[in-house]
Design a protein around this ligand. Structure first.
Ligand code: ZN
Length: 204
């Protein structure tokens, strides 16, 4: 991030903070520090508007949204289930981009999510499922390895916003190539479409 962007970021957070104070009538003053790498709080979408523009759309060569967040009938077994993310179809091998600067807290390849990465940015966790490659564990820890994509993503490493952290694949339980993208805020799943909407408002 350039210094100019950083400056704008801090300024927008500051503005958002004061707007929030005014909204709250200066009650309940909360002086927790805000990390520059944190995405906005979904409860203050209106006041932190300008911050959303710094998120990255999570997949290259995006084609369509194939399944929304919420209850649905499973495309795999027809059972009613809670779909905790947003499915974004893209050709197999398309690069997946990190939504927000953060730290890789998990790489995995043994669940229905398939080869996957979880990144933590402040109170947010962003989950990327069904990627190409697999997980290997060595003396220095675990990492996702996708040789054809030229990617090696270590558990514990910092990943900048927009960086390539995987490629769309067919690992885990899936009927076609897509990115299953899930977002957790303070441990609860939220609809990624709401976040994308805020990003689009700012980036349009
Ligand atoms: Zn999904």
């Amino acid at each position: 991030m350039t210094n100019v962007l950083k400056f704008k970021w801090y300024r927008s957070i500051l503005l958002a903070f004061f707007a929030l104070l005014i909204c709250l009538g200066l009650n309940n003053l909360n002086l927790q520090p805000t990390q520059a790498t944190n995405p906005p709080n979904p409860d203050s979408i209106e006041v932190a508007q300008t911050a959303w523009r710094y998120g990255s759309f999570p997949v290259e060569n995006f084609q369509s949204y194939t399944s929304a967040f919420g209850y649905r009938l499973s495309p795999v077994d027809g059972q009613r289930q809670f779909h905790n993310g947003l499915d974004m179809a893209a050709p197999i091998g398309s690069y997946v981009r990190n939504w927000w600067t953060g730290k890789v807290i998990q790489v995995s390849d043994h669940t229905a999510c398939g080869t996957s990465v979880i990144v933590e940015s402040g109170p947010w966790q962003h989950v990327y499922c069904h990627l190409e490659g697999h997980v290997e564990t060595g003396a220095k820890g675990s990492y996702l390895i996708d040789r054809n994509g030229g990617l090696q993503i270590w558990q514990g490493q910092e990943v900048p916003v927009g960086s390539r952290i995987g490629r769309v694949g067919m690992t885990g339980r899936t009927t076609g190539p897509h990115l299953h993208w899930a977002l957790k805020y303070n441990g609860s799943y939220i609809d990624p479409a709401l976040v994308l909407k805020e990003m689009f408002k700012q980036q349009a």
